[in-house]
Design a protein around this ligand. Sequence first.
Ligand code: GDP
Length: 305
Amino acid sequence: LVRLRERLARSNSALGQGLLALLSRDTLDEATWEEVEETLLLADIGFEPTTRIVDALRERVKVLGTRDPEHLRGMLKDELLAAIGTDVDRSLTIERQVGPAGERPAVVMVVGVNGTGKTTTVGKIARMLVAQDKDVVLGAADTFRAAAAEQLATWGERVGVPTVRSDRDGADPAAVAFDAVKQGIEAEVDVVLIDTAGRLQNKVGLMDELGKVKRVVERHGPVDEVLLVLDATTGQNGLRQAAVFSEVVDVTGIVLTKLDGTAKGGIVVAVQRSLGVPVKLVGLGEGADDLAPFEPEAFVDALLS
Ligand code: GDP
């Protein structure tokens, strides 16, 4: 939590402080409320949630007539938490599963636009699983660039798990993913993590490819998680790109990366609203341990600290 606060504090341009200063003004007139709205919008919270939060705050301030900063902070926290959702299931399916053919590994596909931090996230998740004493196999299904498979294999070595890859460029990504799951089943591992390609230039090709990877993997059994990696610093533009992926594969969770950078934390609210999928993990740096489960309460505290 301390680390989250430190990292977010670097980037959040004191959203909470700004809001509290506004709300503590002597007169909460129309202009002040507009500033509150602007502050939330600038934090990437998105239009609809911002309107909702401001309306709720206005109503509560009017009814309660309170101007006590602690009380205002509590209200703001409540409204932000309500916008993020506290009763959402953010757990990851990362245990061995029981299927018709007996036990099998959990299969996790990681998708997203190139450059968002997909491969790094696969490495970090592998590290997290290894720390939980789980056996993991990585699948390098981004076969378009040799460098991508190489990068994943390097992560594999770093965290001590094997990587299944093709030894030639342009191999069929679905075949590599299929092999990774096959090896995972044979080795009785807990989780197979599949890294995929994310070239958005060719949207139709990408859709075909990702859909195919998933279908082919499903010959072994269900895909348990499809995690969409989204770079928090890309704001609304990133949201539009992410929407393309959620059209192709049923995304089960979002990993929001680079929250340690210049990102504005409000994107957490916007992304869940626009994709209808919970943020499950957050990336807070480039290192192997810079990944954390998303915890709304700690996150909002960090935003308002
Ligand atoms: P991919 O193309 O989506 O697989 O992206 P990569 O995993 O290669 O990451 C792209 C860049 O983003 C690399 O320089 C990573 O180190 C960096 N990166 C990934 N996740 C994070 C994060 O949470 N915070 C920061 N600051 N950088 C990150």
